[in-house]
Structure formats: structure tokens, C-alpha cells
Design a protein. Structure first.
Length: 94
């Protein structure tokens, strides 16, 4: 492994924070939340770092909510199309 250049507050423990984030396949927002949680109280004050982590978690939660709503809407539309096609094909069978 190449020598690390980052600050010590990201190197505590048996794995560096960015290696953990990569290993877990975390996206940008979740990775930043882990980063700020990991360094809480070791770089800036803990409250500031935890507030930043919460900011990223809230952003990810809102993205997931919006995505879920969009997917549900698309599924309902697809079900309506499917129902229409089924009803249309039934008319041809008559």
C-alpha cells in the first residue's frame, strides 16, 4: 500500500476513513457523513463535525424520499398502461 499523506484524524483505528468508505461502496453524501463522524472532536469541535454529518445525512434522506416518490409514480403509471393494454387486447379477442 502506498504511504498515506492525509491528516492523522483520518488515520485512527485499523483502517483509514476513505478506505472504509470505498470498501463499503458509500456514495458521496454517506461517505462525507462517515468522514465527519470519524473525525468528530479530533479536528474541529465535535458539534461542528456532527452537524456537518447530519447535513449530509438529511440531504441523502431527502434524495431517497424524492426518488421513492418518483419511482412510485412511475410504477402507478406503468400499471395504468398495463391495464389499458390488457383491456385493449381483450377487446380484440372478442
Amino acid at each position: 500500500m502506498a504511504p498515506t499523506i492525509g491528516p492523522d484524524y483520518y488515520k485512527r483505528g485499523s483502517i483509514e476513513v476513505w478506505d472504509f468508505i470505498r470498501d463499503q461502496g458509500l456514495n458521496y453524501h454517506l461517505g462525507n457523513a462517515v468522514k465527519y463522524i470519524s473525525r468528530a472532536g479530533h479536528k474541529d469541535d465535535a458539534i461542528s463535525d456532527l452537524s456537518k454529518a447530519i447535513h449530509y445525512l438529511e440531504n441523502e434522506r431527502e434524495f431517497l424520499r424524492a426518488s421513492s416518490i418518483r419511482i412510485q409514480t412511475e410504477l402507478r403509471a406503468a400499471a395504468r398502461i398495463d391495464d389499458f393494454l390488457f383491456e385493449s387486447s381483450a377487446e380484440f379477442d372478442r
